[in-house]
Design a protein around this ligand. Structure first.
Ligand code: ZN
Length: 234
């Protein structure tokens, strides 16, 4: 199983897609983190403005270590921005900060896909760590039902990657709308260099989630092919 050439046939396209998407994110971030935004506000200031405009005065904005480590923590009801986003008045920083606020807005408004995603996290954690072992055990023991159970456990992480797509697209949509409505990009105009810069950064990030989902589907298909191959040998 370890030297199965089919493993590479299924895994390499997903891996290449992920690398391509990550390259796009780094490229877009590198470009737009050097361009100052016209309102001269840091990521932290932009986040504060959008949060306050939506009545989320009690959601704090904190700096966190690392690059592109920005996230909203639903447990703490707090926004964490990487140092480069937190303290930099760039186009990239305002886009990423606004996106993370988008998640805080989803949480505050009980946006259904976000709730679903949060609800399945414990099951996904168990499934992704145990699924492959259960599958291998099933294959080694020639116990088809056990192998299918392993596939089902792994499939939880594919479902998670699927639910992540609407959550991420919606957060970026909210971010772009808020930046325009509050006059933070292009003086509130619908189109302009700042609006397209923000879109470039956020669309690149969206592709990483699409790539992640595609890679997960391919892995799942590989596991399915393993188990159906098992049946053929019976
Ligand atoms: Zn996000």
């Amino acid at each position: 199983m370890i030297f199965d050439p089919m493993y590479f046939v299924f895994m390499i396209p997903g891996l290449l897609l992920m690398l391509w998407a990550q390259g796009r994110v780094r490229g877009s971030y590198a470009k737009y983190s050097k361009i100052r935004n016209a309102v001269n506000l840091t990521g932290a200031q932009v986040a504060r403005r959008i949060l306050d405009a939506n009545g989320l005065y009690n959601v704090p904005v904190e700096p966190t270590r690392g690059e592109l480590s920005d996230h909203y923590d639903p447990g703490k009801r707090a926004l964490f921005l990487s140092e480069g986003v937190y303290g930099t008045p760039s186009i990239a920083a305002m886009g990423i900060a606004a996106h993370e606020v988008g998640h805080a807005l989803q949480h505050a408004q009980a946006y259904a896909p976000l709730q679903m995603r949060t609800a399945i996290v414990p099951a996904v954690n168990i499934g992704s760590s145990l699924g492959v072992f259960v599958l291998i055990a099933g294959v080694v023991l020639q116990f088809t039902q056990l192998a299918w159970f392993g596939v089902a456990l792994f499939a939880l992480s594919t479902i998670f990657a699927l639910i992540t797509l609407p959550v991420e697209f919606d957060a970026s949509r909210r971010a772009k709308a808020a930046l325009t409505n509050l006059g933070l990009t292009d003086g509130g105009l619908q189109r302009g260099d700042e609006t397209s810069g923000v879109a470039s950064v956020l669309n690149a990030a969206a592709w990483t989630y699409v790539a992640g989902f595609a890679a997960s589907v391919l892995t799942l298909l590989y596991y399915v092919s393993l188990v159906t191959g098992m049946n053929r040998n019976d």
